[in-house]
Design a protein around this ligand. Structure first.
Ligand SMILES: NC(=O)c1ccc[n+]([C@@H]2O[C@H](COP(=O)([O-])OP(=O)(O)OC[C@H]3O[C@@H](n4cnc5c(N)ncnc54)[C@H](O)[C@@H]3O)[C@@H](O)[C@H]2O)c1
Length: 268
C-alpha cells in the first residue's frame, strides 16, 4: 500500500506529550516511523526518541529545551494546554495556551525544513474568533513572550482565560499561513469537540456534565476519545495534507455545522 502520510524518519516535536491528545499523537507518530521529540511538564510514559521536561509557563524553560532539540525538524505539534479557571488562573492559561505556543513555534520555524508543517490544538471554544478579532490582533501584535505576557497582565478583562487563548490560536494560525507559505511551511489548527481526557474533569468544574453535553457534545451523542483528535492532527501535518494551510479544522462530528446553520445555539 502506498504510504501517503510519509512520516518515516520525519522529525516531530510534540508538546503536551504526557497525557490525552498529545500522548495519543506521540503513540501514532512512533507507530508511523517518525522520530519523536516529546515535551511536557509531567513525566512522559510513551516510548519516544527523546523526552524533555518543559514548563511552558517559563520562557527560560522553553529556550533551554529548544537549545537541545535537533538543528533541523519537520513537524511541530502544539498539543499542550490548560483548561482555565478554577484550577488555573486566566493569566497562566493564556501563557501556556498561546504565549508559550507562539514563542516555541517561532523559535522552531527557522529549523523547520521546506515541506514541514505546524499543527496546534485550539478548541470549539475559539470558534467565535472573528467576533473578537480586533482584540486578538492587538494581542498578537506583541513582539515576544515578555510583551505578550505583559499585555495579558495589563488587560485581564480581555485576556480572560481559555476562550481568549483559543481564539488567539486561530488568529495566529490565520496570520502566519501566508508568510510561512513563502518558506514552503504549512500551519493549521484543529478544534476538538469535547474529548474524554484528564482535562474533562476540569471543564466539568465550571460547566456540569449535563450542561456540557447539552451545549457542546457532538450530535453523534458521545464525547470523542483522544485518538479521534490525534489522528486528524497527524493527518494535518502529513504529506497527504501538503496543500492545506491556514485552516481551523473542526473535528466535532457535525457540532459546528449545526451551530453555523442555526440548528443549535452556541454558548461561545
Ligand atoms: N479534552 C477536551 O475536551 C478538549 C476540547 C477542546 C480542546 N482541548 C485542547 O486539547 C489540548 C490537549 O488537551 P487534553 O484534552 O489532551 O488534556 P490533558 O490535560 O490530558 O493534556 C494537556 C497536556 O498539557 C500539559 N501541560 C499543561 N501545562 C503545561 C506546562 N506549563 N508546561 C508543559 N506542559 C503543560 C499537561 O501536562 C498535559 O500533558 C489542549 O490544548 C486543550 O485545551 C481539549
Amino acid at each position: 500500500m502506498t504510504d501517503i502520510l510519509k512520516y518515516k524518519g520525519k522529525r516531530c516535536v510534540v508538546t503536551g506529550a504526557a497525557s490525552g491528545m498529545g500522548a495519543a499523537c506521540v503513540k501514532t507518530l512512533m507507530s508511523l516511523g517518525a522520530e519523536v521529540y516529546a515535551m511536557d511538564v509531567q513525566d512522559i510514559k510513551e516510548n519516544v526518541t527523546q523526552s524533555f521536561k518543559v514548563d511552558l509557563l517559563s520562557q527560560e524553560s522553553i529556550d533551554s529545551v529548544v537549545a537541545d532539540l535537533p538543528d533541523e525538524i519537520d513537524c511541530l505539534f502544539n498539543c499542550a494546554g490548560l483548561p482555565g479557571e478554577p484550577r488555573f488562573t486566566n493569566l497562566d492559561t493564556c501563557i501556556v495556551n498561546i504565549v508559550a505556543l507562539r514563542h516555541l513555534t517561532e523559535a522552531l520555524i527557522p529549523r523547520i525544513r521546506k515541506g514541514g508543517a505546524i499543527s496546534s490544538i485550539t478548541s470549539v471554544a475559539g470558534m467565535s474568533y472573528t467576533k473578537n478579532q480586533k482584540t486578538v490582533d492587538e494581542f498578537l501584535e506583541t513582539p515576544d513572550f515578555a510583551a505578550a505576557k505583559k499585555w495579558c497582565e495589563d488587560n485581564p478583562s480581555l485576556a480572560n482565560g481559555y476562550m481568549f487563548s483559543k481564539q488567539a490560536i486561530v488568529g495566529y494560525t490565520y496570520r502566519e499561513a501566508g508568510k510561512l507559505a513563502k518558506q514552503g511551511i504549512r500551519i493549521n489548527c484543529l478544534s476538538p469537540a469535547p474529548t474524554d481526557t484528564p482535562m474533562m474533569d476540569a471543564f466539568h468544574e465550571t460547566l456540569p456534565k449535563e450542561l456540557m453535553d447539552e451545549h457542546f457534545q457532538s450530535p453523534i451523542g458521545r464525547n470523542a476519545v483522544p485518538e479521534e483528535m490525534a489522528e486528524p492532527l497527524v493527518l494535518l501535518n502529513s504529506e497527504a495534507s501538503r496543500f492545506i494551510s491556514g485552516i481551523n479544522l473542526f473535528v466535532d462530528f457535525g457540532y459546528t455545522a449545526q451551530v453555523f446553520c442555526g440548528q443549535r445555539i452556541s454558548l461561545v
